[in-house]
Design a protein around this ligand. Sequence first.
Ligand code: AMP
Ligand code: ZN
Length: 471
Amino acid sequence: MRLYNSLTRQIEELKPIEKNKIRFYSCGQTIYLDMHIGNARTYSFWDVLVRYLRWRGYDVFWVQNFTDVGHLTDDADEGEDKIIKSARDKNIEPMVLVETNIRSFYDDIDPLNIQRADIYPRASGHIVEQIDHVKDLLDKGYAYEVNGSIYFDTTKFPTYGQLSPTRYEEESAEARIAVNPDKKNPRDFALWIRAPPEHLMKWTSPWGLGYPGWHLECSVMSQKYLGDTLDIHSGGIDHLNLHHDNEIAQSEARTGKKFCNMWLHAAFLTVDGERMGKSKGNYILVRELLQKNDPMLVRLFLVNGHYRKAVDFNQDVLKQTQILLDRLRTAVASLEHAPGGKKTGLKAAITEVEEAFIKAMDEDLNTVGAIQAIMQFIKKVNNSLDNKKTILKQAQEKIITLMGVLGVRLDTTTTTGESSLPALVELLIELRADLRVVKQYELADKIRSSLTDLNIQLEDKPEGTIWKFKS
Ligand code: AMP
Ligand code: ZN
């Protein structure tokens, strides 16, 4: 598989450190507000990556963090802790907020079929490890203390800023120093922050009461569970500039080893061209959208775009996605109910669609190309319902499996509302046949026309009645 590596700025072959094993870390949620659909889009892509790699036979170990302390309102070490601020606004304990929001996180990802990572470590649960990391950096001369806060000295790490080499050329150094006079250099960042006495969420450290800087947790928790060098590290594009450059610096300074081989960054979901963001207030929560929409419609929308390309959210795009989803479901239902025939021409197409799917996914996780390959296949399927029943079944399974790799469930055994539909339709067809036997034609016709209103078409054939969704 080839992926765009933000570190080298090119598409490269993924070469696991250990054969067939992928150690994967994705930056997760700052757990102060419920998840919006921009967050969900980014997580959906990491979910697709994991599903795809596992489907291709890799043993993936996936860690994603919960940030529950230390992420300040300004990513560059300024402002207030986001969790504390939000908890104060709600008049609850910060850890109550964290606990509640973590439960909400699962409630949001589960219906979207974003599978859970293997581990979700929390920053507040790894304070000891973070203090150890800071101590090591001080011992090695990469960090310095000012009034109980510890900063990473970026001048001691000559390759600092590999992910965004032009960032500091564009910024005014004086302006940044003015923000925090404790920092020796404008690029330096906080590893540990002194907490004033009234501060909630603080811990005892060799430097007094304090709490970790936001960037530190990801280095510490990824390396604790995945080892010194990761295969893949991912995050939203907003992390590239500061967060991930800082992670590289503080990790490599400590171990002397390369921190991560492949860096992936997902583009933003936007509203009217502007990033959807919690602080911007232009966000739509996952739970709001799911109140009115089928979760699989939302899921399909989230993955039907390339992860490195920003996409704008609006009702039109949902409508387009609904057409796509209807086509997929109609194909699955038609394949289920078609009486079948004697032909075998679809066999080759079943192999070809999988090859085309893999080709697209292998080239930088091209989910759009993968979906297009499936839609091409569906066109063929619609003209091949006279193939043998066993072949139709294989075709149906192929569509369900491949869409499943993208996290879109089309199978009829899911627990969502639509799952019981085929059984209900079959029941009504049976009832209609019974009514016709006893010459209750009016009632029988009522069943047929009511089903037509629901987009379900009945066709009476010599071998019995079949049904399909109207396309
Ligand atoms: P946050 O909780 O704000 O730290 O974000 C959690 C994850 O969602 C991070 O990986 C962010 O990069 C990502 N993210 C935040 N806003 C958006 C957006 N509008 N579109 C896509 N991903 C986003
Ligand atoms: Zn992170």
